[in-house]
Design a protein around this ligand. Structure first.
Ligand code: FAD
Length: 440
């Protein structure tokens, strides 16, 4: 391993997984690591640049797929949980506040039960009435009628993480340990990989500079298909989030709340104590931006507004849970891109045709909470010592994407219960939040 540790390693993207990879390379003693990103950390387009993300219980990623898939999802979740609890770098950002999970339609309540097995032995308490839901939080927080809601509350082993701060900490620590960060455009914006002699020898950036390296690791999230033909294994899909400003008194009342997530309506966690903002995500199968007539290419773009139909979803969620906040204006909103594989398992593999290229992609809507450990797996892959079952589940698997149906909801619910096309949403169908642009 001595040679590999002094070889040149280039990481494309300093978002959630790129920062984690840089950190773990540095922790293992790699000496010559460079990471490129068109934005300063935290990147404005990183899915991890967010005030919070859900960290579910250790085994709640294990629905669907076979024995190996369940094993891999459970293992990575358990290791991430241990790291949030024990790794001094990440510990400050984990809030073990508990988690309320719910659904509205009877069949979805049943599906949720079958998936999560929320039994009392595992620490779940059943919630059957509006009063049951309201009692999971201090008086005055949940004032809604929770029409048709059924769910479960789990107090321990789950909660939320401060995503942006943990991402910044990982990148900062990697840098302290010697990783070179090249951020901003043009110098950090990769335009293409350098393909030579049947391999990848590094990348070119917008300023025309060639960054040659012994190994290249692609961690560009939803933008990865713009740099490499992913054979339809990644579908860039956007979800939507909105913030509302809370008063300092409300922030105090809303402290240490469990996460509340209705799989058909949306979710929220406690307000951010720095900006005093409450983030709400409406739940739906996502928006693609189809830029080819056959809907084979979805191209991410950045926007600090959300479609009006998502605003409606957020306000419906608020009316059912916290009607006293339901008409408060949004202080911030954005679309946020992630890349789904066909079965929503990650894609962490060397490339079969380009031996020096490693892929760390396919976050599939649940890749943030693994930030403390995901880089370890990507480095294991680089070192050719990934556990056999991980190698199988996270492999390069274009055969699973042949004839892929871009409109597949992939098990997600809510909204119109369909994947919608951003290209069909007119300019007047977006929110019109006014910003002080200096702050964006
Ligand atoms: P990103 O974090 O998006 O990073 C990609 C990086 O690549 C960015 O920094 C970008 O600037 C950079 N890049 C792009 N193009 C280039 C280029 N040309 N050159 C160089 N660099 C480039 N997960 C959870 O675990 N819990 C949650 O509650 C949760 N909620 C979510 C809510 C929303 C609305 C969304 C969209 C996702 C959510 N996720 C959640 C999923 C999670 O955020 C992602 O799986 C994870 O952040 C993906 O990490 P990534 O590193 O692959 O991508």
């Amino acid at each position: 391993m001595a040679d590999l540790k002094s070889s040149s390693i280039l990481i494309i993207g300093c978002g959630t997984w790129g920062a984690s990879t840089a950190l773990h390379l540095a922790r293992r003693g790699y000496k010559n690591v460079t990471i490129l990103d068109p934005y300063e950390v935290p990147s404005a387009i990183s899915a991890g640049n967010d005030i919070n993300k859900i960290k579910g219980w250790a085994d709640n990623d294990s629905s669907g797929g076979g024995v190996d898939e369940s094993y891999v999802r459970d293992r990575v979740s358990q290791e991430a949980t241990a790291a949030w609890e024990e790794d001094e770098l990440f510990k400050p950002f984990y809030h073990e506040t508990g988690y309320v999970i719910a659904a509205t339609q009877e069949k979805h309540v049943k599906d949720l039960y079958d998936e999560e097995q929320p039994t009392p032995e595992k620490g779940f308490v059943e919630l059957k009435s509006a009063e049951d839901f309201r009692k999971t939080m201090p008086e005055g927080v949940l004032t809604g009628d929770f029409p048709g809601w059924k769910g479960w509350f789990k107090k321990e082993g789950c909660g939320w993480v401060h995503a942006r701060k943990a991402l910044e900490a990982a990148a900062r620590e990697a840098q302290r340990l010697g990783v070179k960060l090249v951020t901003g455009s043009p110098q950090g914006a990769v335009t293409s990989l350098i393909f030579e002699d049947g391999d990848v020898r590094g990348v070119r950036t917008v300023d025309g500079i060639e960054h040659r390296a012994d190994r290249t690791i692609l961690c560009a999230g939803a933008n990865a298909p713009q740099l490499l033909d992913m054979k339809d294994q990644l579908r860039p899909t956007a979800w939507t989030l909105a913030h509302i400003k809370m008063t300092p008194e409300e922030v105090k009342l809303y402290k240490n709340l469990p996460v509340l997530f209705n799989v058909e309506r949306g979710f929220f966690m406690e307000p951010d104590e720095d900006a005093h903002e409450l983030k709400i995500c409406d739940e739906h199968p996502g928006y693609c931006n189809w830029t080819t007539p056959d809907h084979s290419v979805s191209t991410p773009f950045s926007k600090h507004q959300i479609p009006l139909r998502s605003e409606k979803g957020v306000r419906l969620f608020l009316r059912e849970t916290m009607p006293h906040l339901a008409s408060r204006p949004f202080s911030f909103a954005r679309i946020c891109w992630c890349a789904d594989t066909p079965n929503r398992d990650f894609l962490i593999s060397s490339h079969p045709d380009y031996p020096s290229l490693i892929l760390g992609v396919g976050g599939s809507g649940h890749g943030y909470k693994h930030i403390p450990v995901i880089g370890q797996y990507i480095v294991d892959c680089l070192e050719g010592r990934m556990d056999e079952r991980f190698r199988k589940v996270w492999r390069w698997r274009p055969e699973t994407a042949v004839g892929r149906d871009g409109s597949d909801v992939q098990g997600r619910m809510g909204g119109s219960y369909k994947v919608l096309n951003l290209a069909e949403i007119g300019e007047e169908e977006w929110t019109k939040i006014q910003y002080d642009h200096a702050k964006l």
